[in-house]
Design a binder for this molecule. Structure first.
Ligand code: NAP
Ligand code: SF4
Length: 675
């Protein structure tokens, strides 16, 4: 057991009146459990698991200080003492697990999705059709009191800290930024006036809580919107917040309506570290860096650099509740890493569904997806080491079953093994590392390079077929022309791809392929610089919002790419809710042509022939990459069933249409828990 590999990360942080056990700050997340009838009990289980996992400070989702500040009709307000008991269950559960819980106070302002929406001015947010009612000066004064009252209630409920949410374009941020504040009274106009509300809120909360209660203020250090704050203004606010009594500044990047990705997989790890440095020079209190810090290596490097004292990890705590504990116990290779896909967390939250995690289906389902030791140890054969087979194997082996995992290829991963080759999706490598470690740890017998026959499966108590999918080959005349290649061949480099390319199919893989083919190679050390340049971000954060003059630029593609689909509808509808726009923006800026409503006619030496209604077209291309969806590979299962044998079919082998890793892992885990 050694904690030496990450000495800065495991070091306690002592405020005198409270000591945090390490530098892992679990950032606030809305899980949508807040809106469920049994939500507080499920939240208690969710937070308690992260406390057992030794997160240094756990921040709750936001609670509003008044009705107007609610995010939506189903959100939670905390403004009466009779609401204290519902908080106690969470607080007690975390304390029993030796954790520390911080309640976030969040007023949504103009982001609110209800009729009582308020803000500094009557300027609506680009992502909300509702126009806020500007608060009168007296009402602003009342809101300060509401924050203070909410903080006092939090202390009475037993919380260890409060976080005042002042970033991401929420209410306090709306007062600070000229973009949303056009007031002419003492709450708007000059910098001093725009800072007044965040500062007065912090002062009042401090006055009510006394000097020995931890107050964290979450400040935006880079706005990434037009009319946002400049770096200079942000530093000025940080100084005032310190003077007003904040003990620690957590940081946020970008407004929710920012046209730049801030947490999606397209963002390199620790890409925003540059934005915190001016604060380090300006204030003495500890700083927390957030966004795209997902491994102990990155977290350790951030703290060791001196730029921050803690690292905020929100999604990584969904992916692995025991992140901090594994770091302390020298088991970092067992960490299930957040791959920044947003698929089961943010995409669910924005669809008003309870969130979870693609790589960890137990997240937010601690009370409904539970693991019990197997009543009897069975011999289980699993065929296929893609996401579904791996998830089944781990869930079954963790319960004590003897698992043998057969894989025809020379490595585990299945479709993951392809996805990881897309530069923006290199995080999938971490999932494969995690599975490799867990297979070893739980003694799963891995048989690689074995094309399993039904005769190999004799003597097992349970058989699971997770043979996955194979790319569909469309019936287009000339499909075997030398210019044609599968997406597997393109991604693995088994066949070279020319300069002028047609992509058949505009689903998720078609889009990924377009990005893959257009993006010039980037050296490892250049990744952050190139990312910032691609999105027009000023690494000096000089002007309003932090953009370079000229804004988000057009991009130079490595190839000339045309994407095609048969449907006439707008493409991209199946992409992830919170990541699809990033891909679409990049593809558009690379100048990729998109052609819809086509009928494919043939492929020959001239290129790809197609029709749109009565018009015949030829696309002269060097390569045609097929991304036309997938078909289930289930021959072995059908053979077993025909022979009267019982087997379970899971993942893509059971359902290819719209199947992705999220469903495969969840389905595999559920099966592993049932076996
Ligand atoms: P998909 O989303 O089903 O897309 C398949 C594409 O191929 C469609 O554009 C379809 O359009 C076309 N197609 C289907 N049958 C065809 C045929 N016989 N001939 C020619 N074209 C045909 O499948 P996918 O792209 O392989 O993705 C698989 C799953 O992974 C999906 O659930 C996807 O959402 C997910 N995924 C998502 C992402 C992401 O969000 N970034 C990335 C990768 C994968 P027409 O039928 O109109 O021609
Ligand atoms: Fe991370 Fe994806 Fe899990 Fe969200 S769903 S926590 S982004 S791995």
């Amino acid at each position: 057991m050694s904690s030496n590999a990450y000495p800065h990360l495991v070091k306690p942080l002592d405020f005198g009146f409270i000591t945090l056990r390490n530098r892992v700050f679990m950032g606030s997340m809305h899980t949508r459990l807040e809106d469920e009838p049994d939500g507080m009990a499920r939240l208690a289980a969710f937070y308690a698991e992260r406390a057992r996992g030794e997160a240094g400070l756990i921040v709750t989702g936001g609670f509003s200080p008044n009705e107007e500040g609610l995010l939506g009709p189903a959100g939670r307000v905390f403004n009466r003492s009779d609401q204290i008991p519902e908080h106690r269950s969470m607080v007690d559960a975390v304390h029993q697990a030796d954790g520390k819980l911080c309640m976030q106070i969040l007023h949504a302002g103009r982001y609110a999705k209800h009729d009582r929406i308020v803000g500094p001015s009557n300027i609506r947010s680009p992502i909300n059709p509702r126009i806020p009612r500007p608060l009168s000066s007296d009402e602003v004064t009342q809101v300060i009191e509401d924050y203070a009252q909410c903080a006092v209630l939090a202390r009475e409920a037993g919380y260890d800290a409060v976080e005042i949410m002042g970033s991401e374009g929420y209410f306090l941020h709306q007062f600070f930024a000229p973009r949303s504040n056009q007031r002419t009274d003492e709450w708007g106009g000059s910098l001093a006036n725009r800072m007044r509300l965040p500062v007065e809120v912090t002062k009042r909360v401090r006055a009510r809580l006394g000097s020995d209660f931890l107050i964290v203020y979450r400040i935006s250090i880079l706005d990434l919107v037009e009319g946002g704050n400049s770096g200079e203004e942000i530093v000025a606010l940080a100084r005032e917040l310190e003077a007003a009594g904040a003990n620690m500044l957590n940081t946020g990047i970008g407004w929710h309506d920012a046209p730049v990705p801030t947490i999606a997989y397209a963002v390199p790890r620790a890409a925003w570290q540059f934005a915190i440095r001016p604060l380090r020079q300006a204030v003495e209190i500890p700083l927390v860096l957030s966004n795209r810090i997902n491994t102990p290596e990155v977290a350790e490097a951030v703290i060791a650099s001196g730029d921050a004292d803690m690292v905020s990890m929100a999604r990584p705590m969904l992916a692995d509740a025991h992140f901090a504990r594994k770091v302390r116990e020298g088991r970092a290779d067992e960490i299930n890493t957040c791959i920044a896909c947003n698929q089961a967390c943010l995409d669910y939250i924005f669809r008003d569904q309870v969130c979870s995690c693609l790589v960890n289906p137990y997240a937010c389902h601690e009370t409904v997806l539970t693991q019990a030791p197997a009543p009897a140890r069975k011999k289980i054969a699993i065929v296929g080491a893609g996401p579904a087979g791996l998830a089944t194997a781990i869930a079954a082996a963790e319960r004590g079953h003897a698992v043998t995992l057969f894989e025809a290829g020379d490595d585990i991963g299945g479709q993951f093994n392809l996805a990881r080759r897309i530069p923006a999706k290199r995080e999938f490598n971490e999932t494969l590392r995690y599975y490799r470690t867990m297979l070893r740890k739980h003694g799963v017998a891995l048989r690689l390079g074995v094309r399993t026959e039904s005769s190999d499966l004799a003597g097992f108590d349970e058989i699971v077929i997770a043979t996955g999918v194979s790319g569909r080959t469309p019936a287009i005349p000339g499909i075997d022309h030398p210019t044609v290649l599968s997406y597997t061949e393109a991604l693995t480099g088994a066949k070279p791809v020319g300069r002028r390319v047609a992509i058949i199919g505009m689903g998720g893989i078609g889009y990924d392929m377009a990005e893959f083919l257009c993006t010039p190679p980037v050296a490892e050390g250049e990744r952050i610089r190139v990312f910032l340049e691609h999105w027009g971000v000023d690494p000096e954060n000089r002007g309003p919002g932090g953009f370079l003059p000229g804004g988000i630029p057009k991009l130079q593609p490595a190839r000339e790419v045309t994407m095609l689909q048969r449907k006439s509808e707008r493409p991209g509808g199946t992409l992830g809710l919170t990541t699809g726009w990033v891909l679409k923006s990049e593809i558009a800026r690379y100048g990729v042509r998109q052609v819809v409503g086509v009928s494919y006619e043939k492929i020959d030496d001239q290129g790809l022939h197609y029709r749109i209604q009565d018009q015949h077209h030829v696309l002269p291309v060097d390569s045609i990459v097929i991304c036309a969806g997938q078909e289930s590979v289930r021959g072995l299962y059908d053979e077993l069933v025909a022979a009267g044998r019982r087997a379970h079919l899971v993942g893509g082998a059971s359902k290819a249409a719209e199947l992705d890793a999220l469903y495969a892992i969840r389905e595999g885990t559920q099966l592993g828990l049932r076996l």
